[in-house]
Design a protein around this ligand. Structure first.
Ligand SMILES: [Zn+2]
Length: 271
């Protein structure tokens, strides 16, 4: 099964796949153990920063090996690909799915860039995700820029993209005010286009609100901030209580906290 088929399967079952970012061996292990424990499929996401940190081929090898070792249904996805050149490198490195994010550019440019990536990705048979509207990046405030149903329909028709990240009130990072998802808008977008819909910035959104979004058409839920936060917060707490220098004894406790977090998140998206 490829990612396009996975997203179709999710749509049929009114479920979503959790798309989790990983940053190192420990966070990858946390993601995989939780996926195994809940028998959930997983999209392992890499951003440019994570690729730069781990190295493209090392990151892909780690993810591929983990998928095989844990025996889970898993795929590798480029998260927020900022350039066609990065997408090309990831396609050549064997990614199963790529996101091109030209959402900060004018509509016509977003269409042209996304269409170019759809064409490049076709021979590889991989899933292509784009973003329309604007989901605030880390440290930014979401101020307007929500996706409209009309624009979504036109965008999908003009690009042939498989999956679309929509701006319906979520934002990257943690929320300063309680998040509110515009479910009515989501319903309209879902009715306007058959494309697979993606929710970015799920960290800190109440689980029942995410489930409502899944009931109205979201099939992929991205999670990053809470994974980093859980790992680092627990690691810091452990380090204040011990002088242990054997990191193989210290890290697993923080990894365990990631496992616990993600078991709940997998349950959330599988219903
Ligand atoms: Zn995102």
């Amino acid at each position: 099964m490829n990612v396009k088929e996975l997203l179709k399967e999710c749509a049929e079952h009114r479920q979503a796949v959790l798309a989790t970012n990983f940053y190192n061996f420990e966070t990858l292990t946390g993601v995989m153990r939780a996926a195994q424990a809940t028998d959930a499929p997983v999209l392992l996401q890499l951003t440019r920063s994570s690729i730069d940190y781990m190295g493209l081929h090392q990151a892909v090898s780690m993810a591929r090996t983990a998928i095989a070792d844990y025996g889970v249904r898993g795929w590798i996805h480029l998260d927020h690909g900022g350039s066609v050149e990065l997408v090309e490198r990831c396609l050549d490195a064997g990614f199963d799915s790529v996101m091109i994010d030209a959402s900060e550019r004018p509509f016509e440019e977003n269409v042209a860039t996304t269409r170019r990536v759809v064409e490049l990705a076709r021979p590889y048979g991989v899933n292509v995700e784009a973003e329309l509207g604007y989901v605030a990046k880390l440290g930014q405030q979401q101020g307007g820029g929500f996706t409209t149903a009309d624009e979504a329909r036109t965008f999908v028709e003009q690009t042939g993209v498989d999956a679309l990240a929509v701006a319906i009130g979520s934002a990257h990072g943690f929320y300063k005010q309680p998040p509110h998802l515009d479910i009515e808008r989501l319903r309209e977008i879902h009715a306007a286009t058959p494309v697979a819909l993606v929710l970015h910035g799920s960290s800190g959104i109440p689980h029942d609100m995410v489930q409502q979004a899944i009931a109205e058409g979201i099939v992929k839920v991205n999670l990053a901030t809470e994974i980093k936060d859980t790992f680092m917060r627990n690691l810091k707490a452990i380090l204040t209580t011990t002088d242990e220098i054997d990191l193989r004894k210290v890290f697993p406790k923080a990894t365990e906290a990631v496992v616990e977090l993600l078991i709940e998140k997998y349950k959330m998206v599988r219903g």
